[in-house]
Write a protein that binds this ligand. Sequence first.
Ligand code: NAG
Ligand code: NAG
Ligand code: NAG
Ligand code: NAG
Ligand code: NAG
Ligand code: NAG
Ligand code: NAG
Ligand code: NAG
Ligand code: NAG
Ligand code: NAG
Ligand code: NAG
Ligand code: NAG
Length: 673
Amino acid sequence: MYWRTALVILAFLTHAITEMRVTGQTLDVCATCHPNATCEEKVDGTGKACNCMYGFVGNGRTYCQDKNECQIGANKICGQHTACHNTYGSFYCTCLAGYSPSNNMAIFIPNDGTRCQAIDCGQPPSALNAVQLSATGTHYGSVAKFGCSEGFFWKSGENSSVCGAESVWKGPSLVCEEITCGDPPMLPHTGQVWNGSTNPGSTVLFYCKEGFHREGGGNISYCTENGFWTKATLSCKEIMCGGPPILPHTGQVWNGSTNPGSTVLFYCKEGFHRERGGDISQCTKDGNWTKATLSCKAIDCGQPPLALNAVQLSATGTHYGSVAKFGCSEGFFWKSGENSSVCGAESVWKGPSLVCEATCGPAPALANTEVVLQNTSVVFHRCLEGFHSWRGRNTSVCDITGKWQAATMRCREIKPAISDLVVFNEKCLRWKADKYEEDTENYRVVFVGFRAYQRSFHDKRKKLLSSTSDHPEICLNLLPVTNYTISITALSARFTSTLTTNTSLQVPQAPEILYREIEAPLPTLWLRRSANTLDPISFYQVFVLPLEGTLVFDCSSLNTPDFSSQRKPHGQYITAQLHLRDIGNEINLTLGDGHYYGGFYNAPLQNGRDYYIILRAVSQWGGAFKHSCVIWAKVRDISYIMKVSSLFAGGSIGVFALAIFLGHCYTWFCKKT
Ligand SMILES: *[C@@H]1O[C@H](CO)[C@@H](O)[C@H](O)[C@H]1NC(C)=O
Ligand SMILES: *[C@@H]1O[C@H](CO)[C@@H](O)[C@H](O)[C@H]1NC(C)=O
Ligand SMILES: *[C@@H]1O[C@H](CO)[C@@H](O)[C@H](O)[C@H]1NC(C)=O
Ligand SMILES: *[C@@H]1O[C@H](CO)[C@@H](O)[C@H](O)[C@H]1NC(C)=O
Ligand SMILES: *[C@@H]1O[C@H](CO)[C@@H](O)[C@H](O)[C@H]1NC(C)=O
Ligand SMILES: *[C@@H]1O[C@H](CO)[C@@H](O)[C@H](O)[C@H]1NC(C)=O
Ligand SMILES: *[C@@H]1O[C@H](CO)[C@@H](O)[C@H](O)[C@H]1NC(C)=O
Ligand SMILES: *[C@@H]1O[C@H](CO)[C@@H](O)[C@H](O)[C@H]1NC(C)=O
Ligand SMILES: *[C@@H]1O[C@H](CO)[C@@H](O)[C@H](O)[C@H]1NC(C)=O
Ligand SMILES: *[C@@H]1O[C@H](CO)[C@@H](O)[C@H](O)[C@H]1NC(C)=O
Ligand SMILES: *[C@@H]1O[C@H](CO)[C@@H](O)[C@H](O)[C@H]1NC(C)=O
Ligand SMILES: *[C@@H]1O[C@H](CO)[C@@H](O)[C@H](O)[C@H]1NC(C)=O
């Protein structure tokens, strides 16, 4: 179709030339172009020109009009079995009915290679669950008719199919549905035996659900040809056990359900206790309660118990809830606890818990005590002022028999640990000890002695003593003529008692002498002694006793005759007095040497006379006077023996005896015949 293209170009050229002619070179050509025209360079390069766009014809400036291409006839422009369709500014081609374009598009344009052909739809399509009833052929416009298969029914859509322009069958759109009865009917309290088929001829078997039983009616339903289930009439009724059984003296724990599986728990009512049997009943599937065998018996607590020292006052019985009342027996009082007892659910009495205590009466009397605190069961005692107790319980307790268990304390007068301290036998001490019973007390005895006549004297000693005695005694080796201060301390009591005492003067010890019988005018006598602490108050006296007539010498005489006062020839006198503090241990005394000794004149002895020389040892202090005598010597004249013989023979002068006890006896005595 080249000629048609050329025609368009020709039209275009004509348009361009026209424009040139009108506008010339001087105008702005583009500004004058028609809306449906374009401004373009001229082909020969002589300026611009307005050209109508494709599909339009006109001068490009004032006029661009659609061109009807189809004017020349569809057969000529589009081809055989075609139709030409003009559009504004263009056109297109379509195939006539019964023909189809080879480009398989609805439209085409000439010379694009498209051809047309006769339509044949082939065999009509099949539809689901439908059968083809008839068909008029397979060419364009043929009609095929369909119907639903057996067991199906038409529900919607076209029953026929038509061969269309596109060489395909249009339709059928019929929808065939299976004939069903739907879900089987529901019956109350039933279950179903059903294979799920809803087709005619299917069956459903109904049965009663658990807990229900068949009361009547048919139990089968059929699916009929017209899609309905036949009516089932099964009637089911709930299984109920009704009220549970009643057991005597029991209560029930039951939620009120009478359905199978429900349970009832039986229990014994208050005041009863389980004797035997099962206590559960269950509703069975056949609607009966299983048998409960619980057997309950009335509670009986028996006789109420007794409380110690109490008596029962009353009781309302022995059954459950009974109350028994108690009170304390005579001689007892209520102290604590419940007075009553109650018969409880366990068939035992609860209580009584009362505690009865004995009344012991007035507190026991204890010597030297007073009562500090007292209640009905306990008394506290305390020693009276001035008394104390070492040991023992200070409480008296009232025991369950109503007797006081008296306190064991004993109160004793408070005394010093040492009292009544006395000296006996000069050197021994005795005192009264205040201590607890058999306890041992340890004593320390310190004694210090001094003497007024002997400054240097100091006798300090200590002695220890243990004693359990109430009257301990101790003897001390005290020195004579000494003032002693003696302190006794009771060590555990820390008590000290002190006394002073003095020791007595004792008979002085006579010195060692050598008894001699001498016939010399100046006899020398010897003595030896040992030093003694009493030396300061002791002295020796030498007596000269002329042996003539009756001779009496009293050693104890305080009369101290000296020679000058005894001038009589027969008189006895002291010829020497020797203070022991002044002399040594050994002395030679020459009688009659004419010297003074201790203020006494040692007078010469007379010739023709016999003498006894007596030595008296004297200790003297503060008015006390102790002495002892010894015959030291006998001094005689030549005629002495005869005289004595005649004395004893004639007996005219008398017999004398001389007795000297070196310690204590001081008496000479002569007895006249
Ligand atoms: C130009 O062409 C269009 C269609 O393509 C048309 O609708 C329009 O009216 C035309 N304009 C004029 C001024 O003719
Ligand atoms: C199709 O056929 C059924 C009977 O077979 C008829 O009831 C129905 O109306 C038909 N449907 C149409 C659209 O013709
Ligand atoms: C259901 O049972 C019916 C008869 O009642 C029978 O015809 C059908 O085939 C069964 N369908 C199935 C799915 O078993
Ligand atoms: C249905 O009913 C029949 C007759 O009444 C009976 O014999 C059959 O046992 C019942 N079936 C069921 C499942 O109840
Ligand atoms: C009663 O108790 C049973 C079990 O013993 C239970 O199955 C049932 O649901 C209960 N009913 C009610 C009303 O609580
Ligand atoms: C249930 O109780 C009824 C009457 O109370 C009685 O007739 C029946 O036999 C009982 N069933 C069983 C299984 O005990
Ligand atoms: C018990 O009885 C006594 C008198 O006998 C009374 O004082 C006491 O309060 C009673 N106790 C109780 C717990 O009742
Ligand atoms: C008496 O006193 C003692 C000691 O204080 C005490 O233990 C006891 O309980 C008292 N008794 C009474 C009956 O008050
Ligand atoms: C009783 O003795 C105890 C010690 O044994 C003492 O503590 C208490 O104070 C004494 N009571 C009285 C009242 O003396
Ligand atoms: C003992 O003491 C008294 C009084 O102080 C005194 O007179 C006496 O001489 C003393 N005796 C001795 C032996 O010291
Ligand atoms: C010595 O003690 C006694 C009493 O024991 C007393 O009579 C005498 O005066 C005392 N003598 C001296 C010298 O103290
Ligand atoms: C005493 O006399 C004897 C014998 O003649 C003599 O041995 C002695 O030394 C004398 N003693 C004194 C103290 O003179």
